[in-house]
Design a protein around this ligand. Structure first.
Ligand SMILES: Cc1cc2nc3c(=O)[nH]c(=O)nc-3n(C[C@H](O)[C@H](O)[C@H](O)COP(=O)(O)OP(=O)(O)OC[C@H]3O[C@@H](n4cnc5c(N)ncnc54)[C@H](O)[C@@H]3O)c2cc1C
Ligand code: FES
Length: 321
C-alpha cells in the first residue's frame, strides 16, 4: 500500500488503484476525461519520486524529465507527493453557434472559437464545462477561416457530459476547449494513395473531417472508401450527405453497413470492419483509419496489418461510440 500526498492531505492507494482513482475516491477535485491515457486532462506532476514509466506514455521528453505523469495510468510503486498543474491558460474560449439533431441520439454541435486556432481535421479536443467536467470529442470538420469546430456527440442515457449537451447547452453559451491533439488525421503529400476509412457510431466524426479535408482541401486523387457501421439504419446519421459526396467526387465510395436486421437492399449486412477488410483483402500501400468501438479498432488494426498495411499507416481512435 502506498501513500499519496496531495496538497496538505495524505491518502492511501488501494492495490492496483490509480492515483486518479485514489484522489476521486477521496472526493478531491481532479480534472479527468477518458481515463485511458488519451486526453491528457489528468496531467499531474510528482514532486518527489519519479512516476512509473507507463504513466508517462505519450508525454513529451521534457515533460517526462520533469516528472509529469497521467494520473489515470499511474499505479504508484512508492509514496508520492503529487500536484495539479496550473493549466488554466491552456483552455481556449468559444461560443456555441449550432446544435442540431443528426439522429435520435446524435447531436451536431458547432462552436466558434474566440481566437484563431490550429488543428488538423480528425484530431480531437477536450471540451470543458464550467464545473470542470471534461470530455474528449473528435473534430468533424476541416480547418476554416471562421474558427469553427464541429462535433458529433452521441447522447448516452446517463452520460454526464453528453446529457448536459442535449438538455442544457444552448446556442450562445460559452464553452471552453483544449488545443487539438491526436495523430488520427489526413496526411498531405501522398495524393494518389488509396484510403480506407472504417468507423462505427460517432467514430464517423473524425472520418468525416478527414474526408472533407482530403476531398475539398487537398483534392485527394486516390480512391477513398468509407465504411460506416451501425446496428440499425437510424445510426447511419450522415447517409444523405455522404451519398451526395459520392455523386460529387468519383473517387469517393461509401458503404453503409448494418450489424442488426437489414430490410433494405441499399444497406450491406454485417460489421463495417469485416465487410471493409473482406472487400479489400490486400491493404498493402493503403492508409487505413479506424475510429469507434475499442474492440473493433483493436481487431481491425491487427487485421489491416496482417492484410498488408504498414503499421505506421494505420491510424486509430478508440472510444465508446
Ligand atoms: C479521443 C476521443 C475522441 C472521442 N470522440 C467522440 C466523438 O466524436 N463523439 C462522441 O460521442 N464521443 C466521443 N468520445 C467519447 C466522449 O469523450 C465521452 O466519453 C462520451 O461522450 C461519454 O461521456 P458522458 O459524460 O456523456 O458519459 P459518462 O458520464 O462519462 O458515462 C459514460 C458511461 O456510459 C456507459 N456507456 C458507454 N456507452 C454506452 C451506451 N452506448 N449506452 C449506454 N451506456 C453507455 C459506460 O459504462 C460509461 O461508463 C471520444 C473519446 C475520446 C477519448
Ligand atoms: S483522463 Fe487521463 S489521459 Fe484522459
Amino acid at each position: 500500500m502506498t501513500r499519496i500526498k496531495f496538497g496538505e492531505q495524505f491518502f492511501e492507494a488501494e492495490n492496483n488503484e490509480t492515483v486518479l482513482n485514489t484522489l476521486l475516491r477521496n472526493n478531491m477535485q481532479v480534472p479527468y476525461g477518458c481515463k485511458t491515457g488519451v486526453c491528457q486532462c489528468c496531467l499531474m506532476r510528482s514532486l518527489d519520486n519519479a512516476p512509473p514509466e507507463k504513466s508517462q506514455v505519450g508525454l513529451k521528453d521534457t515533460q517526462q524529465k520533469q516528472n509529469y505523469f497521467l494520473a489515470c495510468l499511474c499505479e504508484s510503486e512508492d509514496d508520492m507527493t503529487v500536484a495539479l498543474l496550473n493549466n488554466e491558460t491552456s483552455w481556449l474560449d468559444a461560443e456555441v453557434i449550432e446544435k442540431t439533431d443528426l439522429s435520435t441520439n446524435v447531436i451536431l454541435l458547432k462552436i466558434k472559437a474566440k481566437e484563431p486556432l490550429a488543428f488538423i481535421a480528425g484530431q480531437f479536443v477536450n471540451l470543458r464545462r464550467n464545473d470542470g467536467v471534461i470530455r474528449s470529442y473528435s473534430i468533424a470538420n476541416s480547418p476554416n477561416s471562421e474558427h469553427e469546430l464541429a462535433f458529433h456527440i452521441r447522447i448516452l442515457p446517463n452520460g454526464k457530459f453528453s446529457r448536459w449537451v442535449a438538455d442544457e447547452l444552448t446556442i450562445g453559451m460559452p464553452l471552453s476547449f483544449s488545443h487539438a491533439q491526436g495523430d488520427c488525421h489526413y496526411v498531405a503529400g501522398q495524393n494518389e494513395q488509396p484510403l480506407l476509412l472504417i468507423g462505427t457510431g460517432t467514430g464517423l466524426a473524425p472520418l468525416y473531417g478527414i474526408l472533407l479535408d482530403a476531398l475539398s482541401t487537398h483534392n485527394h486523387q486516390g480512391e477513398i472508401h468509407l465504411f460506416h457501421g451501425s446496428r440499425d439504419a437510424s445510426g447511419l446519421y450522415l447517409e444523405e450527405k455522404l451519398i451526395a459526396l459520392t455523386q460529387k467526387y468519383s473517387n469517393f465510395h461509401y458503404t453503409a453497413c448494418l450489424s442488426g436486421e437489414v430490410h433494405d437492399k441499399k444497406y450491406t449486412p454485417g460489421r463495417a470492419n469485416d465487410i471493409a477488410l473482406q472487400n479489400f483483402p490486400n491493404t498493402t500501400g493503403w492508409r487505413v483509419y479506424l475510429c469507434g468501438q475499442p474492440e473493433m479498432v483493436l481487431h481491425s488494426k491487427r487485421a489491416a496489418y496482417l492484410q498488408g498495411a504498414s503499421l505506421k499507416e494505420i491510424y486509430a481512435d478508440a472510444f465508446l461510440s
